[in-house]
Design a protein around this ligand. Structure first.
Ligand SMILES: Nc1ncnc2c1ncn2[C@@H]1O[C@H](COP(=O)(O)OP(=O)(O)OP(=O)(O)O)[C@@H](O)[C@H]1O
Ligand SMILES: [Mg+2]
Length: 274
């Protein structure tokens, strides 16, 4: 089982899109058993995969908020909440694609757990209880490194950093890498490594071409970070898919952006085999 967290403190760079499309492609085209965990209170990957009605049925008892020990009156980790109870199987009728949905309440996780010792290790203890054999667990993180993403870092083998090739990314990347390294030293048992940078939302402009080349160079010569060859282009077909509560891969399987995500899935599998 490979556990991959999609992290960038910068918002709107394609973390959620990458998790949802990659998860769908790994399950449908590669026969992999995939679990997507949404730990972002914005609940974007949740609603890319299930509708409001379904979420309404489980929101009080079976989301990542319960897994991480919130909603104590209902199902606390003191009462040994079981992560398996929060899994929705075969989302969007995709065999092999399961989801642990998020909850907007997760915004208050840091306050709720402020005096809990070991609060960064809750997900790690819960993931040990998974009996289903997943090939991949993909964790969709919020654009910060608070307690929920710290839980993700502790359990993850690898981080993938989606980056839109623009000026702010060039400044933010070294900060993100420093922060991750600091957390690794602080969090006991955290051995996560940055697997690579995935360029997303790439437009064919002089500015994006320049920043893509320059970030690739900085990563290889100064930061020692791999950059995936596959580049995900900007395409409106991806942003339009969200309103259907379905991955774009199911709606526009042959569209440029989705073909790029399919290439990325192949590159990722090969990279992990090396
Ligand atoms: N390749 C793409 N082409 C066009 N639009 C895209 C692409 N990738 C993502 N988007 C759109 O950009 C917006 C931000 O993407 P996404 O939600 O995946 O980013 P994020 O990093 O998860 O954001 P946040 O930090 O808020 O969680 C969304 O509206 C999404 O549909
Ligand atoms: Mg997101």
């Amino acid at each position: 089982m490979k556990i991959l967290s999609f992290i960038n403190m910068k918002g709107g760079v394609g973390k959620t899109t990458s998790v949802v499309e990659l998860g769908t492609i790994l399950a449908t085209e590669h026969g992999k058993k995939v679990l997507i965990i949404d730990i972002d209170p914005q609940t974007n990957s949740t609603f890319s995969l299930i509708g409001l009605d379904e979420w309404g049925r489980i929101k009080d008892t079976a989301t990542i908020a319960d897994v991480l020990g919130m909603n104590k009156g209902l199902s606390s980790r003191d009462a040994e909440y079981d992560i398996k109870d929060a899994i929705i199987e075969n989302v969007c009728e995709i065999e092999n694609l399961d989801l642990i949905p998020s909850h907007i309440e997760l915004t208050f996780l840091d306050i709720d757990l402020s005096s809990e010792p070991g609060r960064e290790n809750i997900l790690s203890r819960q993931i040990e209880k998974l009996t289903t054999d997943y090939d991949f667990v993909l964790i969709d993180c919020p654009p910060n490194l608070t307690i929920a993403p710290q839980n993700a870092l502790v359990v993850s083998d690898h981080i993938i950093v989606p980056v839109s090739p623009e000026f702010y990314a060039a400044i933010g990347l070294p900060l993100l890498i420093n922060r991750v390294n600091q957390l690794k030293r602080k969090l006991p048992g955290c051995t996560v490594e940055i697997l690579g940078i995935l360029f997303t939302q790439k437009r064919n402009t002089k500015d994006h071409n320049h920043h893509l080349d320059s970030i690739r160079r900085t990563c290889s010569t100064e930061l020692g970070i791999y950059t995936f060859q596959t580049v995900i282009p900007f395409t409106t077909k991806i942003s339009e898919a969200a309103k259907y509560n379905k991955p774009a891969t199911l709606i526009n399987p042959n569209e440029n952006g989705i073909i790029a995500y399919k290439n990325f899935a192949e590159e990722l599998i090969i990279t992990l085999e090396d």
